[in-house]
Ligand binder design. Structure first.
Ligand SMILES: [Zn+2]
Length: 227
């Protein structure tokens, strides 16, 4: 096999693993591709995504920096900003968010995090342990158990239990209700000693975007993927 097609094949396998949420496998495959062809920015970018899903934020940030050395694309700046927020590198994150918005003024996620970060940085009497509002849950010490762990499947039967939990939690949160994040789903996961980011990722991949959408799952169209 000629070296190009071997690289292409490996890269395709790596992307497939990433889509299937097999992040450890994806990370290893991207590493192989990177060793064969070190100058492809997409390889570094996707390797960074896999690292981030595994909560390896240092590694993720390094990968996005590698990608940015070759091409200054918006997604790499955005993903490095998110990695830097996880690393509490507020100034670095702000620089990256500015770079995102310089290229794409209307970038939704970019604006969302930048507004939040600026409010946070302007706040007087900030304590070292404080974090921007939209980074809630990112620094829970219990997350340490899930570094390098692939997301878990949350089978349908368990989702019934999760839904019951969410209905109660959203009732208690009234009148505000769902803030359209996975806040309570991730709380449920942590209380059940499961990987919160992995659980929310799993549900996200099945078309549920927040707590109230998890509650609404049984009413959804039967066209949604099974599992
Ligand atoms: Zn919602």
């Amino acid at each position: 096999m000629c070296p190009t097609s071997r690289v292409e094949k490996l890269f395709d396998e790596a992307l497939m693993a990433l889509r299937k949420m097999r992040y450890n496998l994806a990370f290893d495959l991207f590493t192989e591709v990177m060793e064969l062809e070190p100058e492809i920015p997409e390889v570094h970018y996707n390797r960074g995504l896999a690292a981030g899903h595994l909560l390896k934020w240092e590694e993720a940030a390094q990968n996005f920096s590698m990608a940015l050395r070759m091409t200054s694309d918006t997604d790499s700046f955005l993903q490095r900003a998110i990695a830097r927020l996880h690393l509490r590198d507020w100034d670095g994150a702000l620089r990256d968010l500015d770079a995102v918005l310089a290229q794409e003024r209307e970038n939704e996620l970019g604006n969302y995090h930048r507004r939040d970060l600026v409010l946070f940085l302007e706040r007087t009497g900030r304590k070292p342990e404080d974090v921007p509002f939209h980074c809630w849950g990112w620094f829970d010490p219990r997350l340490k158990d899930f570094v390098g762990v692939d997301p878990e499947i949350v089978p349908k039967a368990e989702r019934a239990e999760l839904r019951a939990y969410l209905i109660e939690a959203l009732k208690d949160a009234a009148p505000a209700g769902c803030d359209h994040s996975f806040r309570f789903t991730e709380e449920w996961a942590l209380e059940n000693r499961r990987d919160p980011r992995g659980v929310s990722r799993f549900l996200f991949e099945r078309g549920m975007r927040c707590d109230c959408q998890v509650v609404a799952e049984p009413e959804r169209a039967p066209s949604s993927p099974a599992g």
